[in-house]
Design a protein around this ligand. Sequence first.
Ligand code: CS2
Length: 496
Amino acid sequence: MAVSVGTERLGLATLRRVPAESRPLLRPGTVPAGVVHLGLGAFHRAHQAVYTEAAIGAAGGEWGIVGVAPRSTALVEALTAQDALFSVTTLSAEGATTRVVGALAGVRHAAGDPGAVVRLLADPAIRVVTLTVTEKAYQLDPVSGVLRADPELTLDLTSDRPPVTVPGLLVRGLLARAAADAGPVALVSCDNLPANGHRLRGLVRQALALAGTPDATLDRIAAQVSFPSTMVDRIVPASTGETLATAHARLGVADLAAVAAEPYTQWVVEDDFPGGRPAWERAGAVLTDDAGPWERLKLRGLNGVHSAVAYLGALAGCETIADALALPGLTGVLRRFVAEDVAASFTPPDGVRVTDYGEEVLARFANPAIRHRTLQVAMDGSQKLPQRVLHTIGDLRAQGRPAHWGALVVAAWLRFVGGQADDGRRLPLDDPLADRIRAALAAAPDTPAGTVDALFALREVFPAALAEDDEVRDEVTGWLTALRGHGVAATLAGAP
Ligand code: CS2
C-alpha cells in the first residue's frame, strides 16, 4: 500500500488514537528483551509474538522479543518507523478483530548488520532464541539430515566475513556466547519440520564442527544450549494490500507491518529451557515433554492435507485454498486420505481422534475470509513433501498397507512441477530444487512412468525404500496418468 505524505503511521505517539480494544496488552517499549526471534515473517508476528505478549501480560518477566529479519529490508524499515508495533487482524466468516501487539522490544536486519545480531545472541539477557526461517533455511538434506554443501554456508563457517546464512549466524552467535560465558539458552525451532528441535541440534552440531570448533568449546556449548521441539499452528497468509487497508481502516492509522490470520492457534512446546522462558502456558500453549505426536498430527493431518489442496487446486485453476475446497469431490477424497492413510500411519496424542482433527482442519481451510493462495502453500514442495506426505506413505508401507490417497498427493506434486495447469496456463515453480527438477523432467520421456522415474530419483526428496517400492510407483503412476489424461476435476469425480 502506498502511504501518502501526511498519513499517520502506527507508533508510540499515535497509539492513543487507536481504538481501546485494539491496543496492546503491554505498555510497548517497557519490557526488556529476553528473546531473540530469527525470521520476522507474518507467521511469527501472528503466532509466537502474540503468545509471548499474552504470557508477559499474564505473568510478567523480561521477555520482550528482538525480531531479526534475515533479508527483508522493507519490513525492518516499516517496524522501525512504527516503534516495533504491528497489528494482527483475526479473520473469520463472522467478521474481523484487529489488535496491536507490543511484544517486540526491537528489530534488527541480519543482512544489513550481522555483527549486531551476533552480539545480541551473545547477550546474557537473551535466554531464548526462536526461529521461523522456513524449511529450506535449515540447509539439511530432508532424508539424511546431513548439512548441504553450500558455498555461502561454507564461507560463513570458514572465513571471518559477516555471516549471511541462518546456520552461520547461529554458529557465530553461539561461539561469541561461549566466549562471553553468557549462560544457558534455548534454541527453539518453530518451523514445520518433524523433530524440529532435534534437527536444529543436528544442524548446529554439524555447523560448529565445520567451523573447526575445538572440543572444549563444543562441550561447553552442548552443556549450555537446549533444543526443545515444538508444534506450531495458525494459518497466516502472506500480507497483501488488502491486509494493510483493513488494518488501516480498523486502527485509524497506517500499519505497514500488518498481518491477518485465522482465529485458530495452537503451540505445543517441549519444556526444556535452561535459562527460563515466558509463561506461554498462561497464553494457552501446551508445555510437554514430547512434542513428537503433536508434530506428526499437524504435519500429516494439516500440512499434508494443505499441500494436497494446494497442488490439486492449483492444477484445477483455483486461486485460493478455500476456492479449491469447493471442487466437487475434493473434500470426500481428503476425508479418505485422512481416515485411511494419515490416521493409520502413526499414534496420535492421547485423547485426539485424527479424523476429528481432520474435520476441524477442513473447516479451517474453508474459512472464506482467509484468502490463502494455493501457490503460496505449493511453493518449496521438495522441502515439504517428505514430512507432510512421504512419511505417511513410508509408515503405511512399513506396515504392509497401501497408501492410495498419499500416492494421489505425490502424483499431484509431480504434475504441478511440470508447470502446466489443466487449462494449459503456466504454473510457477518456486522451489530450491527447481533447476534440478526441470533438468530431470527435460531428460525424461514425457510419459507418466517417465516422470515418476525421473523425479523419484531425487534422493533428497524420495528415500530409496519408497522410490523402489513397486506398489507405490504403480499407484503414483496410475494417478498421474489420470491427472494428465483427464485433469483434476474428472480424476476427483472418478476417484474410487
Ligand atoms: C502451509 C503452512 O504454506 C504452507 O505450506 O501449509 O504455512 C500452514 O498454513 C501452517 O503450517 C498452519 O499452521
